[in-house]
Design a protein around this ligand. Structure first.
Ligand code: NDP
Length: 258
């Protein structure tokens, strides 16, 4: 199966899950635009992919900024010709009790994690529908399927992503475009390392115990490699995945849903 001839945009493509997804799509033959806020890491990703013989470009963008997303759409289409695949991966985490969550934090989490995918999907969906083929994959979380202590804002934002996924999937059903979500448990990325450091700092636990405590909340015994998430995204992007629409695919160990 190949994605040769397809153009793909991966938000949050400078590290972690987004980087693994960008690599997987590029290795499958897609031309890829990676987007994130900080340009340095992003450009290094595009350069490394090009050095490996892939086609890749970096376009700095804050997905929470409507004008930034419009610019991303223009620049991605200029480089790729057409955008067939959108992976809404950019996201931020947050942990605090509901009482300690400020309105600004709540709004920022919802804006980046939920409004970002809305703005990007709005920007790229019309072209996919016009061409009769497209794949939108939203990186949600097991926190989008259940709740947990101290993650009210993050969990609400990921529930929003899943509701958005299912609703847009209903709108595009039968058009050749599919919209799905993947819902990982804890993945081995900077985001998880920062969460574990926060837990250790707040509780006085050692980093090892803090990681174990975090994994216990989802029933995981190990961190998921970003490449495992990328494989699931890739499967949803291939042509053979056209019958899968509006799904929320869990990537975690059995029984780890929270
Ligand atoms: P990282 O923190 O490692 O990477 C996040 C990426 O998103 C970076 O490229 C970052 O670049 C980018 N980003 C952050 N904010 C914005 C923004 N406003 N606009 C554009 N880009 C942005 O996170 P992960 O790889 O761990 O997570 C990726 C996604 O997966 C997120 O949506 C996260 O919620 C989700 N997820 C993660 C899990 C985990 O355990 N790590 C588990 C389940 C889901 P920059 O800062 O330069 O903008």
């Amino acid at each position: 199966m190949t994605l040769a001839g397809r153009g793909a945009v991966v938000t949050g493509g400078s590290r972690g899950i987004g980087l693994a997804v960008a690599r997987a799509l590029a290795e499958a033959g897609a031309a890829v635009v990676v987007a994130a806020r900080a340009p340095d890491g992003l450009e290094a990703v595009a350069r490394a992919l090009c050095a490996a013989g892939r086609r890749a470009w970096a376009v700095p963008c804050d997905v929470a900024d409507p004008e930034g997303v419009r610019t991303l759409a223009r620049e991605a289409e200029a480089r790729l010709g057409h955008v067939d695949i959108l992976v809404n991966n950019a996201g931020i985490s947050h942990s605090a009790s509901v009482q300690k969550t400020t309105l600004e934090e709540w709004q920022r989490i919802l804006t980046v994690n939920a409004t970002g995918p809305f703005l990007c999907t709005q920007a790229f969906l019309p072209g996919m529908r016009a061409r009769g083929w497209g794949r939108v994959v939203n990186i949600a979380s097991v926190a989008g399927l259940g709740g947990g202590k101290y993650i009210a804002a993050y969990s609400a934002s990921k529930h929003a992503v899943i509701g958005f996924t299912r609703s847009v999937a209903a709108e595009v059903a039968g058009t050749g475009v599919t919209v799905n979500a993947v819902c990982p448990g804890y993945v081995d990325t900077d985001m998880t390392r920062q969460s574990v450091s926060r837990i250790a700092a707040k509780t006085g636990m050692s980093p090892v115990d803090a990681l174990r405590a975090a994994l216990d909340t989802t029933g995981q015994r190990r961190l998921i490699p970003p490449e495992e998430v990328a494989s699931a995204v890739l499967a949803l992007c291939h042509g053979a995945g056209s019958a899968t629409n509006g799904e929320a695919v869990v990537i975690a160990e059995a029984g780890s849903r929270r």
